[in-house]
Write a protein that binds this ligand. Structure first.
Ligand SMILES: [Zn+2]
Ligand SMILES: [Zn+2]
Length: 216
């Protein structure tokens, strides 16, 4: 991992596929990538090949720093798709990384560096409503270089969370066909209506209704 991310002049380096995966070049995807690398090292684990590393991102909605989460997924493979990435909606540029055998570490992007980054012209374009892919390439590369050239101490506050507890939802292959639409539904999401198993949509489930998890 360390060979992959260090350039010869000592600055951090990220793979090009990070931006291909993320869709555009932006600083917070790089912040997230670096945050993930720090988390793996602090916990003493390799990237998440299967299901053993969980990320609790404190990102919310409606602020552009959410790009950080794609960076975290790229460097740790603790992906949303595998169920390893969770959002807790605190609206902070921070995440807690948890491994059942190694414990948890919270990493916060520092206020100081967020202020420093915010003065770059990249954000002048962004505040005018210009999307990252439309920002002039030099401006995007310039702000990314700020993140690549920063030290870990400038970027992050790292803190162990000794009492962090998390019980992953047990995984199950059990499924049944909905008696109304005929589509397969995994058992956690099956409901009973008029004595028959149905999917959430056919049960009349509303989005504001709480999902009750059935014992397995
Ligand atoms: Zn982005
Ligand atoms: Zn159905």
């Amino acid at each position: 991992m360390s060979n992959e991310v260090k350039s010869r002049n000592g600055a951090f380096k990220v793979p090009d596929w990070l931006f291909e995966f993320h869709g555009h070049k932006c600083p917070y995807s790089v912040v997230g990538y670096r945050m993930g690398v720090v988390a793996l090292r602090e916990l003493g684990v390799e990237r998440c090949y299967d299901h053993d590393l969980f990320v609790f991102s404190e990102m919310g909605v409606g602020h552009p720093q959410g790009c950080m989460q794609d960076g975290i997924q790229a460097s740790t493979s603790a992906t949303f798709g595998k169920g390893q990435m969770h959002k807790v909606y605190f609206g902070k540029v921070a995440a807690t990384f948890y491994h059942p055998e190694k414990g948890a570490v919270r990493i916060l992007f520092t206020n100081e560096f967020m202020d420093k980054l915010g003065t770059h012209e990249f954000f002048k374009f962004r505040k005018q409503g210009i999307e990252p892919s439309q920002v002039p390439a030099e401006a995007a590369q310039g702000v990314i270089n700020m993140v690549l050239n920063a030290t870990e101490e400038e970027l992050f506050k790292i803190k162990r969370v000794p009492d962090f507890k998390f019980e992953p939802v047990p995984s199950s292959f059990n499924k049944a066909k909905c008696s109304v639409c005929g589509e397969y539904v995994f058992e956690r999401y099956l409901r009973v209506k008029d004595g028959k198993l149905v999917c959430l949509q056919c049960s009349g489930h509303r989005d504001d209704e709480q999902t009750i998890y059935l014992p397995i």
